[in-house]
Design a protein. Sequence first.
Length: 227
Amino acid sequence: MLIKDWMATTMLTVDANTSVMRALRTMKENNIRRLPVLSHGKLVGVVTDRDLKDASPSSTSDMDIHEMYYLLSEMKIKDVMTNKCICMQQDDTLEKAALVMLRERISGVMVLDDDGSLVGLLSETDILRGFIEATGIQEGAHQYVIDMPDEPGSVTRLIDILRHEDARVLSILTSFNDAPPDMKRVSIRISAAEDTVEKLNTKLAELKHYHIVYQGRDDLRNLPSRQ
């Protein structure tokens, strides 16, 4: 999965000389948490809602409201922005972006083209959308989580069984840290009729050194919501 297929290409930006007050208003009206900062059309930084809040006078200060508004209108984005924003290329993978965000503890990255021009924004929400799409969970898929020998051909053996039963494979994910020693844990989602699933359960249970950790279908009805 590539960043360019999941990033937001419609974005709001601010000039380095924009006032803090105007940037605050822009964020609030559009319900966004970060704004790329441009100077002469080139990316020079990023400003977040946290940057603006930290730069704003405290409500417990001795300033009256007029002084506060005047200060915010005079303060420029270039004075409060982060000029060491983390950028990635549009042809980088979504997985690489997720690793960068996790290590840097950030919720989004700027995306540049080969000329260094800003072409998009990638947020943690965009990565979640990509991950959800890749897993096939919204297809009503049946999932198996299986511990199997960490050796060549072990996944192929599983795929051969699924193919023989006309099960359609939607996604395969492999991990090692949560598997027993010398094993790997494979999570696979398939599209198959219920009678096919029953046959698969029987055949997979007969495989030597293969252990079904979980099998089932996610119930997507009545998902938890704040509404």
